[in-house]
Design a binder for this molecule. Structure first.
Ligand SMILES: [Fe+2]
Ligand SMILES: [Fe+2]
Length: 396
C-alpha cells in the first residue's frame, strides 16, 4: 500500500471545508503565516499569487487504496457498462441551454429578453447571491473532471480511454457542462448581477482547485460524488421552489431541470457505492466513515472574488438562511445514504468495520443535535456587500 503524505502549497480555507453551512460562521484572518502541523492539516506560508491566493492546506494523502484493489474496478467494467452508463442521456435527447433561453436568431429575441428581465426584477438580491454561487460551483467543472481522473482504477488514462469508467466521466462532464452554461447565460441576460467579479471568482476557483481528500481512492471518491450529487439536487430543487414563489416560472424550470440531472447522476454514483458495499463491505464502510470524519467539503469551498476571504462562508450563510442548502440537509443526505446502502444491516465486519458502521449510523442525529445547539446560539447576522450583485448589501 503506497501511502504518501505530501504537504504541498494547496489551498484550503481556514473555515470549515465541509458542506455544513455555517450558522454564525467563524471568520478567518486574511492570510496564514503559521506553519504548524495539526491533525490532518497543515498551514503553510505561501506567496500570494495573482491567480492563487494562499490558504491553509491539508496534508495531502495520496494513493491510500491498496493497489491490488484496482482489480476490483477492472472486474466491474462490464457491470458499469450495463448498470451505470444507462444513467446517461443520449446527446440527441438531452436538453440544451437554448431550450430555456431567448432565441438570439429569432425576431422576438428583444421582447423575450425584456420579459426575462421583468421577471428577474421581482426576485431579491439574496436569491441572486445564491444563484451566482451555484453557477460558479457548476462552472468549476474542469476541477471536478480532474478530481474524477485522480481516482486509481477508474481514471481516464488517455483522454479517450474506452473503459466504462472513462466513458462515464467524459459523458457526465458533458452533461454537467450545460448547468453552468445555462445559469451563466440566464444571469447575464437578467441584468441583476455583476458579471465581472463573477468571472473573477470563477477564475480564482479554477486556479485553486478543490481539496476533497479522496486520496486517489474510488471508494472515497464515489462516496464523495454520491453525497455531492444529492446536495446539488437539493440545492437546485430549492432555488427552483423559491423562483416559483417569486413568480418566475421560467427560472423555476431552469433550476428544476438542472436538479433532475443531478438526481440522475446521484442514482449512478450511489449504485457504484452500493456495488462496493456488496463485494467489499468492510473497506467500503471504513471509507464511508473516513469520508464523514473528514467531512464532505463543498466543491467550491475555495471560492474567492479577489476581495472577500470568507466568500464561501458568506455565500453558504445566505444559502442556509434562504433554505437552499442547510446543515439539516447535510444530516438528511447522510441519513438517506446510510439507509440507501443499508449500512445498519451489514454483517461479517471486522472490529474496525463495526466501529465505522456504528459511527456513520449514529452520525445524523449527532449532527442534528449540534446544529440545533448552534441555531440556539446564533446571533443576528450582519449585512455585507457582495461584489457579485454590484456591492449591494445582503443579509447573511
Ligand atoms: Fe451540476
Ligand atoms: Fe452533478
Amino acid at each position: 500500500m503506497a501511502l504518501k503524505l505530501n504537504a504541498i502549497n494547496f489551498q484550503s480555507p481556514k473555515c470549515p471545508s465541509f458542506a455544513l453551512p455555517p450558522v454564525a460562521s467563524v471568520r478567518s484572518p486574511k492570510f496564514f503565516v503559521a506553519s504548524t502541523l495539526r491533525s490532518g492539516s497543515k498551514e503553510v506560508e505561501t506567496v500570494k499569487r495573482p491567480f492563487n491566493p494562499p490558504r491553509e492546506v491539508h496534508v495531502q494523502v495520496t494513493h491510500s487504496m491498496p493497489p491490488q484493489k484496482i482489480e476490483i474496478f477492472k472486474a466491474l467494467e462490464d457491470w458499469a457498462d450495463n448498470n451505470i452508463l444507462v444513467h446517461l442521456k443520449p446527446v440527441e435527447k438531452c436538453w440544451q441551454p437554448q431550450d430555456f433561453l431567448p432565441d438570439p436568431s429569432s425576431d422576438g429575441f428583444d421582447d423575450q429578453v425584456k420579459e426575462l428581465r421583468e421577471r428577474a426584477k421581482e426576485i431579491p438580491d439574496d436569491y441572486f447571491v445564491v444563484l451566482v454561487g451555484d453557477m460558479i460551483t457548476e462552472e468549476a467543472l474542469p476541477t471536478y473532471q480532474t478530481m474524477l481522473n485522480t481516482l486509481d482504477g477508474v481514471r481516464d488514462e488517455t483522454g479517450a480511454s474506452p473503459t466504462s469508467w472513462a466513458i462515464w466521466t467524459r459523458a457526465w462532464t458533458a452533461e454537467e457542462n450545460r448547468h453552468g452554461d445555462l445559469l451563466n447565460k440566464y444571469l447575464y441576460l437578467s441584468g441583476r448581477v455583476d458579471m465581472r467579479p463573477n468571472g473573477k471568482t470563477f477564475r480564482y476557483l479554477i486556479g485553486s482547485g478543490m481539496d476533497p481528500r479522496t486520496e486517489n481512492s474510488p471508494y472515497l471518491g464515489f462516496i464523495y460524488t454520491s453525497f455531492q450529487e444529492r446536495a446539488t439536487f437539493i440545492s437546485h430543487g430549492n432555488t427552483a421552489r423559491l423562483a416559483r414563489e417569486h413568480g418566475d416560472l421560467k427560472l423555476a424550470q431552469i433550476c428544476g431541470t438542472i436538479a433532475a440531472d443531478e438526481k440522475r447522476h446521484e442514482t449512478a454514483y450511489t449504485k457504484i457505492v452500493e456495488k462496493l458495499f456488496e463485494i467489499d463491505p468492510n473497506d467500503t464502510v471504513l471509507a464511508f466513515a473516513d469520508m464523514m470524519r473528514k467531512k464532505i467539503s463543498m466543491p467550491a469551498h475555495l471560492m474567492y472574488d479577489g476581495r472577500d476571504d470568507n466568500l464561501f462562508d458568506h455565500f453558504s450563510s445566505v444559502a442556509q438562511r434562504l433554505g437552499v442548502y442547510t446543515a439539516k440537509d447535510y444530516a438528511d443526505i447522510l441519513e438517506h445514504l446510510v439507509a440507501r446502502w443499508k449500512v445498519a444491516n451489514l454483517t461479517g465486519l471486522s472490529a474496525d468495520g463495526q466501529k465505522a458502521q456504528d459511527y456513520v449510523c449514529g452520525l445524523p442525529p449527532r449532527i442534528r443535535r449540534l446544529e440545533e445547539r448552534a441555531q440556539g446560539r446564533a446571533k443576528q447576522a450582519p449585512k455585507i456587500p457582495f461584489s457579485w450583485v454590484h456591492d449591494r448589501e445582503v443579509q447573511l
